[in-house]
Design a binder for this molecule. Structure first.
Ligand code: BG6
Length: 466
């Protein structure tokens, strides 16, 4: 870890959606905690004044609970704005000037892939990259080869130790909790393997559609947008072996090992869906075949997980917004005691955080039969905890890469999805407000006695019981 603190924060793409929705609130929260020390310089093409930039920051943070005028006044004093073409030398000369004495700037690149190479080159030529770190946002390329090319571009100017690849799922408390819950609890280890686990199911459901991001989504689709990154990170934490230490290399190495043991997906391992109405969205082709839903079945070739299917599904316009993991255990030998669903461990990762164990307790009365109940072990109320972006920005400022994706991991994750990118499989329509195309239910069929995914619904109800 290189230990200096970043002394200026530069945001390319400063008028964009990401800065508005995620970065301003994160910076403001840091200001409120007294954690923000550096100037914040926005760079974008729009011909804005500093007043407009400040107004945008205010509009972003004002709607959050606990807005404090005094904190904002302090925050807005840090803001600077440079307007210009991303690739123009003049823009970077202006930035160099604005950086003044800052010796360790942190550059956040929230810009389209088409201008990426030029910006990196100009940062190098202008001297703005000296002593600097750089943060890049997913998607890290569009496939394996473009991810490698992107990394090579970065390395022309930045050392790998100065590159921070944000996958905001790694910054979520609930996702980190998977790691802690697994490795801080001895009781889990004896059953966390192929002997007792029947399947693992991960659902990332979103009730909303593409929300004006049609043209972005056309380039992306659910596999590139959330499966190759967010959901594989979750698989990594669930499936990895215990790291020998808690430093970032050890954790990231174990994750990469998991990604490398996941078999590359075959067309029969994936079901793609598109919600009816997607093609009418702005920026979307009328004959688009891009998926707004994907369900996949992963196999991990490791001694621990051999033969255990990992089912993943993610989609827009589903009945609810939540991300949940369900680790289903095999049924007990005396099936009569527990007709129906066996034990499971359920992790709700968002919007609330729950860890629950599905267990059987005796039904009152004469029969010897177990009814399903949940032992809820954690249920965090939302308090003053750090949002993922605040956490990750704070880490990057002090040079801690533990919760950032590694290039090795990014490439291994692309290798998993690479064979099913594009139009290799058909896209099935589904009605908004449903759980995607019915074909997704069939993914589990035929694997070593495993039934179709159960796909638990919120609060532990299984879909079929609805
Ligand atoms: C982003 C995707 O990375 O993650 C979005 O581009 C998705 O499509 C979002 O909605 C979900 O993040 P969160 O933190 O709201 O679960």
């Amino acid at each position: 870890m290189n230990v200096h603190h970043s002394d200026a924060l530069v945001f390319f793409g400063a008028t964009g959606d990401l800065i508005y929705k995620k970065i301003f609130p994160a910076l403001y929260a840091m200001e409120r905690r007294g954690h923000l020390q550096a100037p914040v310089i926005g760079v974008a093409r729009s011909d804005w004044t500093i007043e407009q930039f400040r107004a945008r920051a205010r509009a972003s943070v004002e709607k959050h609970d606990g807005f404090d005028e005094a904190v904002f006044a302090k925050f807005q004093e840090r803001l600077r704005y440079i307007s210009g073409d991303y690739g123009a030398p003049a823009t970077h000369a202006a930035l160099r000037k604005e950086l003044g004495d800052a010796a360790h700037p942190l550059h956040y690149l929230a810009i389209p892939p088409s201008v990426f190479e030029k910006v990196v080159e100009r940062l190098g030529q202008s001297g703005c990259a000296r002593g600097a770190r750089v943060i890049i946002e997913k998607p890290f390329g569009r496939d394996l080869s473009s991810a490698q090319a992107l990394s090579a571009t970065l390395h022309t100017v930045f050392d790998e130790s100065c590159v921070f690849r944000i996958d905001h799922y790694l910054g979520k408390e609930s996702v980190q909790n998977l790691l802690v819950f697994r490795f801080a609890n001895t009781f889990l280890e004896p059953f966390w393997n192929r002997t007792y686990v029947e399947s693992v199911q991960i659902t990332m459901a979103e009730k909303f559609g593409v929300e004006g991001r049609g043209s972005f989504y056309e380039e992306s689709g659910a596999i590139r947008d959330v499966i190759q990154n967010h959901l594989l990170q979750v698989v990594g934490f669930l499936a990895m072996e215990s790291p020998t230490k808690t430093n970032h290399e050890a954790i990231r190495d174990e994750q990469v090992k998991v990604f490398k043991m996941i078999r590359p997906l075959k067309p029969e391992d994936i079901v793609r869906g598109q919600f009816r109405g997607y093609r009418e969205e702005e920026g979307v082709a009328r004959d688009s075949k891009v998926e707004t839903f994907a369900a996949a079945r992963l196999r991990i070739d490791s001694p621990r997980w051999d033969g255990v299917p990992f089912f993943i599904r993610a989609g827009k316009c589903l009945p609810t917004t939540m991300t949940e993991v369900l680790v289903m255990l095999k049924p007990p030998a005396i099936g009569k005691l527990c007709a129906g669903q066996a034990n499971y461990v359920r992790f709700r990762l968002s919007p609330d955080v729950t860890i629950a164990i599905g267990a059987r307790v005796k039904r009152p009365g004469e029969e010897l039969i177990g009814d399903l109940t949940e032992l809820k072990v954690v249920n965090h109320p939302r308090g003053d905890e750090m949002d993922a972006y605040e956490r990750l920005l704070s880490d990057a400022i002090v040079g801690d890469g533990t919760l950032f994706a590694s290039q090795g991991g990014v490439e291994a994750a692309w290798a998993v999805v690479q064979p099913v990118l594009g139009l290799v499989t058909p896209v099935h329509d589904y009605e908004p407000g449903t759980w995607g195309p019915s074909e997704a239910e069939k993914l589990g069929a035929g694997i070593c006695g495993c039934q179709s995914p159960v796909w638990l619904l919120p609060d532990g109800e299984d879909e079929e019981s609805k």
